[in-house]
Design a protein around this ligand. Structure first.
Ligand code: 5GP
Length: 188
């Protein structure tokens, strides 16, 4: 059986990458498996353990890093995030295309380790639009929002390493573009 793809999927928080992914996940032809990350962040309202993240203590996270359980890991704003290795490898062996929704430094680690990974970065139409979307979501305090915006501006300067940049101006168009990128890679 052909091994599944490793797809690095990134974009600034608030850019709508989660919404795009929700539309892609049920598409059978894409044969996707979502890699659930480990994080030390607190759950947001509605988030579920083992679905959105594995929510762990700092101590457990450090232990996972030490034991080599993570394929990559990075600190984002004030929390740690990492990709459990075992699931990714098992799913790829089963022929599933595994999607890693991760931030840019983790993505860099993956691309160094797995040069054949497919990489996609979602950009907002503008920083102003991103700021508006972040406030609308308003699950975070002003200081955290400002931190995320400052980080966004720095991050956008570093997106060259991604193979594909997709603008989420129109949701359906962005979904279709990402779908096509994955299909093209599967058919290579
Ligand atoms: P949020 O707190 O908004 O859920 O996620 C913050 C950022 O961390 C997002 O850019 C998200 O893609 C990223 N992220 C989520 N899981 C991981 C992971 O396992 N590794 C890395 N490097 N980043 C992650």
């Amino acid at each position: 059986m052909k091994k599944g793809l490793l797809i690095v999927y990134s974009g600034l928080s608030g850019v709508g990458k989660g919404t795009i992914l929700e539309k892609l996940m049920p598409m059978k032809e894409l044969n996707l498996a979502y890699s659930v990350s480990m994080t030390t962040r607190q759950p947001r309202p509605g988030e579920k353990e083992g679905v959105n993240y594995f929510f762990v203590s700092k101590k457990r996270f450090v232990e996972a890093v030490k034991n080599g359980e993570l394929l990559e890991h990075a600190r984002f704003v004030d929390n740690d995030y990492g990709t459990p290795k075992e699931y990714v490898e098992r799913m790829r062996e089963e022929g599933k295309n595994v999607i890693l929704e991760i931030e840019i430094r983790g993505a860099k680690q993956i691309m160094e380790k797995c040069p054949d990974a497919l990489s996609i970065y979602i950009v907002p139409p503008s920083i102003e639009e991103l700021e508006r979307r972040l406030r609308e979501r308003s699950s975070e305090d002003e200081q955290t929002i400002m931190k995320r915006i400052a980080k966004a501006k720095r991050e956008l300067k570093e997106t060259d390493m991604y193979e594909h940049i997709v603008c989420n101006d129109d949701l359906d168009k962005a979904v279709e573009e990402v779908r096509q990128i994955i299909l093209d890679e599967m058919n290579k």
